[in-house]
Design a protein around this ligand. Structure first.
Ligand SMILES: [Zn+2]
Length: 284
């Protein structure tokens, strides 16, 4: 149900097989462990805990949320006794929207019956925070753009970056901002990197980092242009619908088939932001 991978000594990633290839991670120390993000469904998050507690025989002392979205933070409640860490804004946004979204989710299915929204106990506002675990240093980096509250976790000694959703196979900007995302991606390109664990999708290896950043910025440039061109069309909504993800240079099979939907959300969001109104459709 979850796919586990070891990316460095005592550093693991866990990927959901069922929800948009979302990733979580863990760094294992002598006596205790840090979890980076939780997964979309309770069973998946519990499987991470079981692996760390039963197989590796460590207790999870800290859980870091890279941002407040449900598929990264709703598993906080499955680590009772752990301290939850995030940006201050993540705590604020999870407090504002978490319970509302959870209540709405419970109306349609009972997958989240045991889920509770647990707000971070420790927040960082600015400056540099490092968490030391055994021989490893976890450095927190502000990486907004996918959402305003995003942070990444850089393991200094291993040169591994858990980037959160600012880095995905297809940039997703409906809760963020393309320009801010570009800045975050450029900031990442300054780091020495062995591996990037994206918020969703496969691990990016050192040799792919630069081209991968360039691909994402290229996609953001393309959708900017599409949205400008769409305004010339009598029915911009139809125009956007025809500009598929493949026309914007990315594959539609990414993210377990969710790619086109994410892409269309980006286009509609950006259109409204740039032109101040929703795109018009033939029959609206
Ligand atoms: Zn997200």
């Amino acid at each position: 149900m979850i796919h586990r991978e070891r990316v460095a000594d005592d550093v693991y990633t866990f990927q959901s097989d069922v929800y948009a290839q979302v990733n979580a991670g863990a760094v294992i120390g002598q006596d205790w462990a840090v979890v980076i993000d939780t997964l979309a469904f309770p069973d998946e998050t519990l499987a991470i805990r079981e692996f760390i507690e039963r197989e590796l025989k460590r207790k999870v002392r800290y859980v870091i949320n890279t941002h407040y979205h449900a598929d990264h933070s709703w598993g906080n409640c499955f680590f009772p006794g752990a301290y939850i860490l995030s940006s201050g804004l993540c705590r604020e946004l999870l407090g504002k929207y978490g319970q509302k979204s959870l209540t709405a989710a419970l109306e349609t299915d009972n997958t989240f019956q045991k889920t509770q929204i647990v707000l971070p106990h420790i927040t960082l506002e600015e400056g540099v925070l490092e968490l030391i675990i055994g021989a490893k240093t976890l450095r927190f980096i502000d990486l907004p753009g996918h959402s305003p509250d995003g942070i990444g976790v850089y393991i200094v000694e291993d040169e591994v970056l858990f980037a959160g959703d600012v880095w995905m196979p297809i940039p997703h900007i409906v809760d963020g901002d393309g320009e801010v995302m570009r800045e975050s991606l450029r900031k990442i390109s300054q780091l020495t990197i062995e591996n990037v664990v994206q918020g969703h999708g496969e691990v990016i290896l050192r040799g792919e980092v630069n081209s991968s950043i360039a691909d994402r910025i290229d996609y953001l440039d393309k959708i900017d242009q599409v949205v400008l061109d769409a305004a010339q069309d009598e029915y911009p909504g139809e125009y956007l619908r025809e500009k598929t993800i493949e026309e914007c240079g990315r594959s539609r099979i990414l993210l377990g088939g969710a790619a086109e939907e994410i892409h269309q959300q980006n286009l509609r969001h950006l259109y409204q932001k740039v032109h101040g109104e929703k795109p018009r459709y033939f029959n609206s």
